[in-house]
Ligand binder design. Sequence first.
Ligand SMILES: [Zn+2]
Length: 237
Amino acid sequence: MDFQFTPPARAVHSLFFHCSASDRPEHDDVAVMRDWHVNGNGWSDVGYHYFVKKSGEWQAGRALERTPAAQGDGFNTGTIAVCLHGLVKSAFTSEQFRTGHSMVRAICDAYGARGVKIRVHGHCEVYPKECPVFDYRRALGLDASGYPTGRPDFAVQDATPRFLASPLDLYIMVPGNADRVRRLQRALTERGFPCGAIDGLFGRLTRDALVAWQRDTGRSPTGVADYASRVALGVES
Ligand SMILES: [Zn+2]
């Protein structure tokens, strides 16, 4: 599917790349991201404008006229956001990088024709978390200033296997992740559902404790720290 781009009416100066923080096949769709962001984070729509599946197929997300919601205060205005599905560095695909690069080209060319030079960044440049986890500068051919002046290297990483069953998904999506996970771990532990160390990492013990608490309180035992669970545990601020 060719990537077609028409600039929105709002001013744009930067393009940001993200990763989805999951490697599960059932999460490889923008509809799942929308559900996490709307029902998990309480936002009005998915935070990204484009989602790139492991196959390289892209899907439209948030309306381009709206600023992204996933980058942190002060870094949403004037930007466009792209998310590649994946969590583990080695599980992103060259097809995804190829699509990401065609987005970089189309967007930079469209603005270049208007005399605007777009910079391309990773989320981690403006927010203290490892996102995207892939080597986006090499994969997309970006220089240190974020301009696409180099040759992209689609083979910088390739996936074997592409999909993994990871216990780290979902909660990692929430901004301020580690502190929130620590609060969740404390809340579960205080209620008699120990998570092991209060380390801010949403691993297997935390997930198991959350499942046990959900079951004990008559909720569906999803292991997902969804909005309703966070409110009930008193960790949603
Ligand atoms: Zn991100």
